[in-house]
Write a protein that binds this ligand. Structure first.
Ligand SMILES: NC(=O)c1ccc[n+]([C@@H]2O[C@H](COP(=O)([O-])OP(=O)(O)OC[C@H]3O[C@@H](n4cnc5c(N)ncnc54)[C@H](OP(=O)(O)O)[C@@H]3O)[C@@H](O)[C@H]2O)c1
Length: 229
């Protein structure tokens, strides 16, 4: 299987906490996946781990560049420090029309500071920073920040969480919203243009601080009180 797969999600950094948690939930929903890594053997090990949890999973492993070349939707789940290097490493492989999803929360831990403090990338948000490094024709959608890795990995417990979707390409946002809603208990909310991604990123840092402060392992967030939702 070498050609692009139109209904497949590649998760760059899918070997880590957040990416693997998303892979578990999407695999559970029958979504076809490629787990990306800098290291092919590490990707294969993650595939084995996923298949132990979900034997019927439609999942393969690949190095990040190959994964990015073969999927219709590419989800980036690497720490802030790895965000730009990972995009630079794969961007020539991205086909026009690929939807690129950034889940980066630019937490202070990237600089050795506290996890619940934010750093502000020069363009104003991690998502806008990612967008600046993508080739033309590859829309960036900011999403997934409120889905905690711990909650995603706990398959025995259903999620109950809203996911803010920010971006400037309506069609790409619709694609990502549908994929978010393949995850049982996750609801996609259109949160406006890409410049609003800073709010989603800040909110995620606040949730981390609240969870730490209240010694909650993980919690979902709902915006049901907002008008029109
Ligand atoms: N954890 C959460 O609950 C959560 C929730 C929402 C959003 N996020 C966001 O999701 C992203 C990933 O978080 P995580 O907790 O999953 O992180 P993580 O487990 O520390 O790292 C994820 C993957 O990124 C790759 N990576 C790590 N360091 C790297 C480096 N220096 N250079 C290149 N690649 C590197 C690794 O993949 P390979 O070694 O296989 O290449 C690793 O498995 C972060 O931006 C975070 O803000 C996390």
């Amino acid at each position: 299987m070498n050609g692009p797969m139109t209904d497949t999600i590649a998760i760059l950094g899918g070997t880590g906490a957040e990416g693997f948690g998303l892979a578990l939930r999407w695999a559970q929903a029958g979504v076809s996946l490629i787990i990306g890594s800098r290291d092919a053997a590490k990707a294969r090990a993650a595939v084995e781990r996923l298949k132990e949890a979900i034997p019927a999973a439609a999942v393969e492993g690949a190095v990040n560049g190959e994964a990015a070349a073969r999927a219709a939707v590419v989800v980036l789940t690497v720490p802030l420090v790895a965000q730009i290097p990972t995009i630079k490493a794969v961007r020539e492989k991205l086909r026009p029309g690929t939807v690129f999803v950034d889940a980066t929360v630019p937490v202070g831990a990237a600089l050795g500071d506290r996890i619940a403090r934010l750093v502000t990338p020069w363009p104003g948000s991690a998502a806008q920073q990612a967008a600046a490094y993508l080739p033309p024709g590859v829309p960036l959608v900011s999403a997934l920040h409120t889905l905690s890795a711990v909650a995603l990995a706990d398959l025995a417990h259903p999620l109950d969480c809203d996911v803010l979707i920010c971006g400037d390409d309506a069609a790409a946002k619709a694609v990502v919203s549908r994929l978010v809603e393949r995850i049982a208990g996750a609801r996609a909310i259109d949160a406006g243009p890409l410049e609003n991604a800073r709010f989603a990123e800040h909110l995620a840092a606040l949730l981390i601080a609240l969870n730490i402060g209240h010694k909650v392992k993980h919690s979902g967030v709902r915006f049901t009180g907002l008008a029109g939702l």
